[in-house]
Design a binder for this molecule. Structure first.
Ligand code: SF4
Length: 282
């Protein structure tokens, strides 16, 4: 056999070996991801018979969503009751979180159902705005055992895992922000106009065309958000120096500029639920 043939066979074997290696590495990485990064609901110790305490871990880097509902369902075809379906809303979270939710008497019915060992209990965590759900199923008796064996409360887990991850926020009064008093002046602020068109407008006035009065800007004394914000982001898009939309509401940034009343008015008018309120400075 010539050396050319030997070299070809070695090259083919190396190519095949490389492909097999890449395939194996990709399978291994998928398996590691499935085992260690998959979302997880853990059952915690509840404080009352009707409450359900749990923690939920989710890979926000892979899919940033905000979870806000939990659904607990019993499927019990051989026992009684045959089915229980409970859904509750909670304050949303876009990081790993713990919650204890009161599920009422319906939850007690799940815990005391007959033939639970042949039933299944399904826990579903939903992000209603993002249409994302994660479901975890347990055999009925396993669910009961996990509940009975849980030793950590929501406070234990929150203090251990989540305190450091909470997004830092400005600490401000809940409803209002009051500006320091403005210096007294007789001057009025004027709205900035595009210098490109100043000449054209001036010409229009000179030529007798009807032009409305110049819109004059004004200062703000106080701006605040009434309860009822639906976190639509409209105000922040218009005036990000003043408004910060969080997961559950909108807040006024400390030190927000209060010298652009027209822009503030535009943001307030854009608010679909009209919860942005402000007063003009004298
Ligand atoms: S525009 Fe209104 S509803 Fe929308 S985020 Fe701002 S305050 Fe909330």
């Amino acid at each position: 056999m010539s050396t050319t043939y030997i070299a070809m066979i070695v090259a083919i074997l190396m190519g095949v070996g490389l492909l097999v290696g890449i395939g194996a590495l990709s399978l291994l990485s998928g398996a590691l991801n499935f085992l260690f990064v998959k979302p997880k609901i853990e059952i915690l110790k509840n404080k009352s018979e009707s409450s359900f305490a749990f923690t939920f871990k989710w890979d926000q880097d892979a899919e940033p969503v905000s979870f806000d509902h939990v659904r607990v369902r019993l499927f019990n075809p051989f026992g009684s009751p045959t089915e229980v379906d409970i859904t509750r809303e909670f304050d949303s979270s876009n990081v790993d979180f713990v919650r204890e939710i009161d599920l009422g008497d319906q939850f007690k019915k799940i815990l005391t159902a007959t033939n639970l060992e042949k039933a299944s209990v399904e826990i579903e965590v939903l992000a209603s705005k993002d249409s994302v759900t994660h479901t975890q199923s347990f055999k009925g008796d396993v669910f009961l055992q996990k509940l009975a064996a849980a030793t950590e409360t929501v406070e234990d887990v929150a203090s251990k895992f989540f305190v450091a991850k909470v997004k830092p926020r400005f600490d401000i009064p809940e409803r209002s922000f009051i500006s320091p008093p403005l210096p007294k002046t007789a001057k009025q602020l004027k709205m900035a106009t595009n210098p490109m068109f100043v000449g054209e407008f001036a010409g229009a006035v000179g030529g007798g065309a009807a032009v409305g009065p110049a819109v004059v800007n004004f200062n703000i004394a106080k701006v605040w958000i009434e309860p009822g914000c639906i976190v639509c982001d409209a105000c922040e898009a218009i005036f990000p120096e003043v408004f910060e939309v969080t997961d559950s509401t909108c807040i006024i940034r400390p030190g927000a500029p209060l010298n652009d009343g027209l822009k503030m008015q535009e943001a307030a008018e854009a608010c679909p639920v009209e919860v942005i309120k402000f007063t003009k400075a004298n």
